[in-house]
Design a protein around this ligand. Structure first.
Ligand code: ATP
Ligand code: MG
Length: 371
């Protein structure tokens, strides 16, 4: 059964997420110990293991690189007033782990500031160091600002955009907000009037709010949010372009030895997160490395989906290990499967392989084009 979902778009949900203690992995047990468990205890152990896997955040190289870049940008800019800070924009494909990376980053900032400054501002207002909202298909300037107000739990819904903006600024000042994360900015459609207004709103937010902004979206550059000097609305977009620093977050690739090492390290972390009674080292990172790559095209979202459903099935059917046969019965999203046959064919013909030199499971024919 699912736990009730907490909304990260409200301060209560965000604070619960930020304060959630790190989940410790459940203790591994032997098969005979598993057999000895009562039905209730076995169900509880299954739930613990699946929850652990659902909560697992792997420190992928992509996540670490984006964190390091954001950390450099934010912590090098210590000026308090009168200058618009440059804002990181994570611009990448769907399902590469953008939201996860930025939420984990925001959580760390939240915890650091609360630990240093305390949970209240001057004994009066709740300190809300980090605000996070996600845009939707029909975001207007006003609805964006209302979403910020909603995060704070502010009751205002009506008024002009300027009035709503002013209330949002009051909240940010009162709660000493230092970081505002705006996810899914691809929902700003710059070809429509609303979208351009949103872009102007973002620009004035960055001017007026004494906070750093982080933006996240799919195809942000391709959608023209960075464009300068094009069309009648160029000034807002151009000014945004100068203030934004684009951070890429690619999916995994396996063309070079370094990339294959990164893929393997990530699979090893995944393997460690799958507490199965009959698991063994290399079960995924060696034996199913090519298989996982072909099925997921190197997207962490698909990788975790395959792993979660695989673990669930392995626990349910009692096999307690991950095999190709089991994963063949797992369906994941269509987008991930689109390239499966193409990648499998390349692997079969020896053109592509995912195992680096350090894996003993490499086939003799696996050549390194980059060495
Ligand atoms: N570093 C990670 N460790 C473990 N799981 C991850 C990691 N990054 C992402 N995931 C999982 O992959 C899935 C997709 O991640 P996420 O939502 O962060 O991607 P996204 O790039 O924001 O996707 P979208 O473009 O659809 O918003 C989620 O289920 C998430 O739990
Ligand atoms: Mg996302």
């Amino acid at each position: 059964m699912r736990q009730p979902t907490i909304s990260l778009s409200r301060k209560e949900g965000w604070v619960a997420f930020a304060n959630k203690p790190k989940l410790e992995p459940p203790e591994p047990v032997t098969r005979s110990a598993l057999i000895g468990l009562s039905d209730a205890a076995a169900a509880d152990y299954a739930a613990q293991r699946l929850r652990y896997l659902s909560w697992l955040t792997i420190a992928t190289p992509q996540l670490s690189r984006v964190h390091a870049a954001m950390d450099d940008m934010i912590n090098s800019d210590l000026q308090d007033f009168d200058r618009v800070r440059s804002a990181p924009v994570i611009d990448a494909e769907p399902g590469v782990g953008k939201s996860t990376a930025v939420n984990v980053f925001g959580r760390e900032i939240h915890r650091e500031i609360i630990a240093k400054e305390g949970p209240m501002v001057g004994g009066e207002a709740e300190r809300i160091p980090v605000v996070r909202i996600g845009l939707t298909g029909n975001t207007t300037p006003k609805s964006l600002l209302v979403q910020i107000l909603d995060f704070y739990g502010h009751p205002r819904r009506s008024g002009t955009t300027l009035e709503v903006s002013s209330s949002a600024l009051d909240c940010a000042l009162r709660c000493e907000t230092e970081l505002i994360i705006i996810d899914d900015i691809h929902f700003l459609n710059l070809n429509r009037r609303d979208g351009r207004e949103v872009s102007n709103t973002l620009k004035s937010l960055a001017n007026d709010f004494p906070a750093t902004f982080i933006f996240v979206g799919v195809g942000v550059e391709a959608r023209g949010l960075f464009d300068e000097g094009l069309g009648p609305y160029e000034s807002a977009a151009a000014q945004l372009g100068r203030r934004w620093t684009r951070l890429e977050m690619p999916a995994f690739h396996i063309f070079t030895e370094r990339q294959r090492n990164e893929w393997r390290t990530t699979l090893k972390e995944l393997e460690r997160g799958m507490i199965l009674v009959d698991a063994h080292p290399g079960m995924i990172a060696d034996e199913l490395s090519d298989y996982f790559f072909a099925r997921t095209s190197g997207y962490i979202g698909s990788m975790m989906e395959l792993a979660r459903i695989g673990a669930y099935k392995a626990i349910k059917d009692g096999s307690e290990q991950i095999t190709r046969e089991l994963l063949d019965t797992v369906q994941i999203s269509r987008a991930a499967e689109k390239r499966r046959y193409e990648l499998e064919a390349a692997m079969k013909s020896g053109k592509l392989h995912s195992l680096p030199k350090q894996s003993k499971h490499r086939k003799p024919g696996d050549v390194d084009d980059d060495s």
